[in-house]
Design a protein. Structure first.
Length: 165
């Protein structure tokens, strides 16, 4: 990648942004990056030299190379890593299927990183009645938790259960 900036004189954010752009572009020159992003090459060079790269430039480069925009925003110093994680996890949770969520909960329980809410027995007072509909299986969930035995198949269900080791 053609160096337009002396790394010794750069702020750490600008160095991080340059490294991000280099990875995203596969080491393309500033001119090639600008052209791929639909930017004027002299404008991109000037922005990088001055250390003031607007968000629109980062977005254009990320779009041109299919790079992760949140990673670009972190590299440019627009958001912190913690903020990016919160933004990404919120969207991921909303778009995850029920099965994906259930598998993630199971993974956490199995690796013992799940909270006590998922790993400790429930008390009779924490059972919410009437929220699960009126099917036979749903009624079973609304029973007093203290009366429930470990998971046993019920005759009203057509579900095959496997014994866990």
């Amino acid at each position: 990648m053609q160096r337009c900036i002396n790394l010794v004189d750069m702020t750490s954010e600008l160095a991080a942004l340059e490294a991000f752009i280099e990875r995203a572009s596969g080491g393309a020159s500033w001119r090639a990056i600008a052209e791929a992003a639909g930017l004027d090459p002299s404008t991109l060079t000037r922005q990088m030299n001055r250390g003031r790269v607007p968000v629109q430039t980062v977005v254009a480069i990320c779009r041109a190379y299919g790079a992760d925009m949140l990673a670009g925003f972190v590299a440019a110093g627009y958001v912190t890593t913690d903020e990016a994680v919160r933004m990404a996890s919120g969207g991921a949770l909303r778009s995850a299927t029920d099965l994906e969520l259930a598998r993630e909960i199971l993974r956490r329980v199995e690796e013992t990183s799940a909270s006590e809410v998922l790993t400790e027995p429930i008390s009779a007072g924490s059972v919410v009645e009437g929220r699960f509909g009126n099917s036979p299986a749903a009624r079973r969930y609304s029973l007093d938790a203290a009366a429930l035995e470990p998971a046993t198949p019920h005759h009203d269900e057509d579900v095959a259960f496997e014994e866990q080791p």
